[in-house]
Design a protein around this ligand. Structure first.
Ligand SMILES: Nc1ncnc2c1ncn2[C@@H]1O[C@H](COP(=O)(O)OP(=O)(O)O)[C@@H](O)[C@H]1O
Ligand SMILES: [Mg+2]
Length: 372
């Protein structure tokens, strides 16, 4: 057996639900997850990260302080993960850490992931690979999505396949059969971000657990049509998006228009419509871009939303829809594992981006190294 090659991936995505950490062994051609941990963000940190997504007072100072809190929460989950896996820090080759996106503006030449990798290296004693998106943006790309390269490495099959990630934003990867052909990947629209925001507004809960509330409502066709009119949806890939576009004010604008047309819409009907909207944007994106896909593999926290999964199944034109568990990686571990994979690529001096996905001028080695 080849010696172990352990890497850690840390992901905290648009949903702002917290941090996922995966310890994985890269000794074999396909990485094998060995341990997983999830920590919810402390409510104050979550609130501050959410506020930092929009312009505000004294934000340079506030962002720097929040980055230090974030780095300490990353270091603490690494400590738990290693304890649980009974692995010494010295056995881990590197940590790949995404950071927290607070602005995503490739059109303006930048994407900003809040992070303090020097602090993570200091606290963990492990090499840290961070800032994994900016090199792709510097090369003219979107800097996103980055996971399709990993999806290709982990989920490629003899037949065409789509991998859908239901995170805060929904993104998909079209994998051509047998690894021959071009991989396409892009952000197709919101994943959970609007569902979470609407649940917070009306239930005072961070999520619509299992999609039960959405399941109690009826889809409103006026609102659905208004949401589907969003110009982002019709843009051809490469494209990426975030909270900069899909946020509560965006929803309120469309909702006001639909209410003016059709009268009041009950909150649970809005939630049902948002769920159908998310499923439809993904189904439409598959129909347009991944015609040869024989099956659909779904990952991310949205796999726990049964209403969303049922609607997604309806929208995939009869293709079997399964979660990534059936291929050996739990849905909530896929993205963190992708960032371990990107750290591994950095250490091996291999490119981590796919120009066909991000629109960059070429393959680039991603990230910056903060030695232990
Ligand atoms: N039991 C559940 N029921 C409904 N939705 C859930 C459940 N568990 C997780 N989610 C959804 O998944 C989201 C987190 O997914 P995740 O893949 O971590 O996204 P991100 O990468 O944006 O952080 C939560 O914000 C929530 O919307
Ligand atoms: Mg998350």
């Amino acid at each position: 057996m080849p010696p172990r090659q352990l890497f850690i991936g840390l992901m905290s995505g648009t949903s702002l639900d917290g941090v996922d950490a995966v310890l994985a062994d890269f000794a074999e051609p396909r990485p094998v997850p060995r341990a997983h941990a999830h920590h919810d963000f402390a409510p104050e940190l979550r609130d501050e990260l959410l506020r930092l997504n929009t312009p505000g007072d004294n934000e340079l100072h506030r962002a720097s302080v929040a980055a230090q809190h974030l780095a300490r929460s990353y270091a603490s989950i690494v400590e738990d993960l290693l304890l649980h896996a009974e692995v010494e820090a010295g056995s881990v080759r590197a940590i790949g850490v995404h950071g927290q996106t607070i602005r995503h503006r490739p059109d303006a030449g930048y994407t900003l992931q809040l992070n303090a990798p020097a602090t993570i290296a200091e606290l963990t004693g492990i090499d840290v690979v961070a800032d994994l998106r900016s090199r792709d943006v510097a090369a003219g790309g979107q800097g996103a999505p980055l996971v399709p390269a990993f999806h290709a490495a982990a989920f490629e099959s003899a037949h065409g396949r789509v991998v859908v990630n239901l995170g805060g934003i929904g993104n998909l990867t079209c994998l051509p059969g047998g690894g021959a052909g071009t991989v396409i990947g892009f952000d197709c629209g919101p994943g959970n971000v609007l569902l979470d925001a609407w649940a917070m507004t009306h239930l005072g809960e961070p999520i619509d657990r299992d999609g039960r509330w959405a399941g109690s409502g009826q889809v409103n066709e006026h609102l659905l049509a208004a949401l589907l009119d969003e110009p982002y949806l019709a843009l051809p890939p490469p494209k990426s998006t975030g909270r900069d576009l899909f946020n509560l004010p965006w929803l309120q604008r469309h909702l006001s228009g639909a209410v003016a047309q059709s009268g009041p819409i009950a909150p649970q009907d809005v939630q049902a419509t948002l769920s159908r909207f998310t499923a439809r944007t993904i189904g439409d994106a598959i129909a347009l871009n991944c015609r040869d896909a024989a099956d659909v593999i779904v990952c991310g926290g949205g796999t726990r939303n049964q209403t969303l999964m049922r609607m997604l199944t309806d929208e995939c034109s009869g293709r079997p829809v399964r979660t990534s568990s059936e291929l050996g990686i739990a849905p909530e571990q896929v993205e963190a594992l992708a960032f371990a994979w990107l750290a591994h690529a950095h250490v091996m001096r291999l490119p981590g981006n796919l120009p066909s996905v991000t629109g960059a001028r070429g393959h680039r080695i991603l990230g910056a190294l903060y030695p232990a």
